[in-house]
Design a protein around this ligand. Structure first.
Ligand code: BF8
Length: 665
């Protein structure tokens, strides 16, 4: 693979060079100056009490090193991992709680700027939750659904709704066997903090088992709740064309960028920004119009539903400001570099914090409140317009951008395989059985300045599709692929292996399906659940030819995601040095032991080539276990065996579907 200097994004590299010439610092410079502490990086630093911090290092650290209290290296590394998973879960789920409260407020008619856009999705969710919906007023159904979701956060006993009502039965049985069915999101997070407190839980396996339970409260709780409510309120995504990279900024229009994660305010801005009064206001300030764009996961949310362009992922935020073209950047929660407030002072850009939970020195604060969402949106849009005349020529003006297709949801993927009346996952399962598609990879997680940013995403994405692996992407994985121009059907024509290309051409899809924001990794859970229910592959999530890869992860949220996929039965390969690498015991628990119990892992591999090799090995091993025909590029459909419905019904997953080469795709 080519080795770019700091970023694999051509435009990003240009801006980084511009920054260097103008003596401005970026995360790439800080990453170079600030090397990771090797003790903390590998999980060997304990700072849960003030007798330490203790460093559990030395020749035989695993056997001999202890903290002042006697905690061993495996206890410390497991405790650190559990705390990170809990923090990641808290982030996704606090966002989800706000979504649930917004839905409740809509149902109770306490807010006027939101309504239920997707009643069909509401009914689908109500059906899963066993809420009666036929013949009832929509708001009553919404109230019952919202109430059940709100209860998922504070429940003390029992189980999170989706963990028992949505996961495949066999998957749930594994969780029951190992005692990891989550009760309530808040309870699991609090218990994680309690158990990792000085002098409580010291058994690494016991600690990490709770890590899986907390993570499931994220995947099948917070994140899935957030995805579903966002669909109910703002619409379930369907394919939409959009643009990505720094060229989305317009020289002659007001550029307003929404950055962060929560979609509510961004949605009201989308609704408001095109109103004649706003356009007139922009014109009165000398601009031709208002150009709305996004960054990080807020971008993914509004791109998926409205085709709003994205300036890219995590490492693009400072670079975006350095174009000198952003009039206002609003930020709410998560993945916001505090550096942007200081940096914005060197340009005319105003950074506006909008969440009551997150403020930043040097930024203006306009607080979002769902009861006056439109008023706040107007204030922000007008602030951006007012700032347009202050724009100077200073900045690295970049014009390059790529087009992309985003907006894939579980619902749409089922629809595209059978239409309105026969929506199903049959063609996808058949394509996997036939070897046209070798397997499926979820390409997720952050972009990271510690490696040539977005570069490993690009490498992994191109190699996987060459190998006939269908990719579903989220978060900054999608941003990396989008800015690189990979999220197009042409990508399949030019780069995909013969089987994947045939499937993409038949259905008219890109080989990389953009599923949305980081919380939308929950869509991958529901997609593999649908594949399990469809039959012919595994009848649970475990054992599917599916792998998760987060090649450039940096956020604790990514670890929560990796852990909930591991517990659900998906091997997950993360890039970079292992945050538990100091302890062989903990590493073994998260790989061998978890695989034995759940058929999922959370493992770390800094070498992109090896990451790819591991992923393909998992996929091929799963195919072999399912007795699917051996994957061979370009070889499928020759010894075609047609099956009727009776024969299909006889297929028992794991029991043998060898020799079947038929696809209805
Ligand atoms: O939640 S992928 S850098 S923006 S943590 Fe953050 Fe990582 Fe991007 Fe969205 Ni997810």
């Amino acid at each position: 693979m080519d080795k770019p200097i700091k970023s694999a994004g051509e435009s990003a590299e240009e801006i980084i060079a511009w920054a260097k010439d103008h003596e401005m610092e970026t995360c790439f410079d800080r990453a170079e100056k600030q090397k990771p502490c090797p003790i903390g990086e590998s999980g060997a630093c304990c700072k849960v009490c003030h007798m330490g911090p203790c460093r559990l290092v030395g020749k035989n650290a695993e056997e001999e090193a202890t903290g002042v209290c006697g905690a061993t290296l495996s206890t410390v590394a497991a405790r650190n991992m559990l705390r990170m998973i809990a923090a990641g879960t808290a982030a996704h789920s606090d966002h989800a709680r706000d979504m649930a409260l917004t839905l409740l407020a809509v149902a109770n008619e306490e807010v006027s700027d939101f309504k239920i856009k997707d009643v069909k999705k509401l009914y689908r969710v109500a059906g899963i939750l066993e809420v009666e919906f036929e013949g009832r007023p929509v708001l009553d159904v919404a109230r019952d659904v919202a109430t059940l979701f709100v209860e998922d956060f504070g429940r003390q006993k029992g189980a999170i709704n989706y963990a028992i009502k949505r996961a495949p039965e066999k998957t749930r049985k594994r969780w029951e066997k190992w005692g990891i069915v989550p009760r309530g999101v808040d309870r699991e997070v609090v218990e994680a903090l309690h158990r990792t407190n000085i002098g409580v839980d010291h058994d690494p396996d016991h600690l990490l088992t709770h890590g899986l339970k907390v993570a499931l409260a994220d995947g099948w709780g917070g994140s899935m709740i957030s995805t579903d409510i966002t669909d109910i309120l703002f619409g379930t995504p369907a394919p939409v064309k959009a643009e990505a990279s720094f060229g989305i900024f317009k020289e002659d229009e007001v550029n307003l960028i929404v950055h962060g994660h929560e979609p509510t305010l961004a949605e009201v801005i989308v609704d408001t920004v095109g109103e004649p009064e706003m356009i007139e206001y922009a014109k009165s300030k000398g601009a031709k119009g208002i150009n709305l764009g996004g960054m990080c996961c807020t971008a993914n949310e509004i791109l998926m539903r409205h085709g709003i362009p994205t300036a890219g992922g995590f490492t693009n935020q400072e670079l975006g400001i350095m174009t000198g073209l952003i009039d206002v950047m609003t930020v709410d929660v998560q993945c916001i570099m505090p550096a942007i407030a200081t940096l914005s002072k060197k340009f005319h850009t105003k950074v506006i914090t909008t969440s009551e939970k997150a403020k930043m020195q040097g930024a203006e604060h306009i607080e979002y409140d769902e009861h006056r969402a439109k008023e706040v949106a107007i204030k922000i849009i007008k602030t951006a317009c007012d700032n347009f005349p202050n724009r100077t020529t200073k900045g690295s003006h970049i014009t390059k951008k790529s087009t992309l297709i985003g907006g894939f949801s579980e619902e749409y993927i089922a629809y595209m395989q059978g239409g309105k009346w026969r929506a199903s996952f049959r063609p996808l399962n058949d394509a996997i059985i036939a070897g046209r598609i070798r397997g499926v990879v979820g390409l997720a997680g952050c972009d990271n300045p510690r490696v040539p940013s977005t570069g490993i995403h690009k490498f992994i994405a191109t190699e996987l599709i060459k190998n006939d692996v269908l990719i579903v992407s989220t978060g900054c994985g999608s941003a990396a692929c989008g800015t690189a121009g990979y999220l197009t059907p042409e990508m399949a024509l030019e780069n995909a292996g013969p089987g994947l290309r045939e499937v993409c051409e038949a259905i008219g899809i890109p080989p990389i399906l953009h599923l949305g924001a980081c919380v939308d990794n929950s869509r991958i859970l529901t997609i593999v659940t649908a594949m399990a229910k469809e039959g012919g592959l595994s009848d649970e999530i475990a054992g599917m030819p599916a792998v998760g890869i987060a090649p450039e992860w940096m956020s604790e949220k990514a670890l929560a995601i990796g852990a909930y996929f591991a517990a659900s039965g998906v091997p997950c390969i993360f890039g970079g040095e292992s945050p538990v690498g100091a302890s062989e015991e903990v590493t073994k628990i998260m790989t061998d032991v978890w695989f034995e119990r759940f058929m999922g892992t959370l493992e770390f591999e800094p070498d992109p080539e090896k990451m790819l090799e591991r992923a393909l090995n998992y996929i091929d091993a799963a195919r072999e276990n399912l007795k699917l025909r051996k994957y061979e590029p370009g070889k499928f459909g020759t010894e075609r065996v047609l099956m009727d419905m009776a024969a299909r019904r006889e297929i028992t997953p794991h029991a043998g579907v060898g020799g079947i080469n038929e696809s209805e795709g």
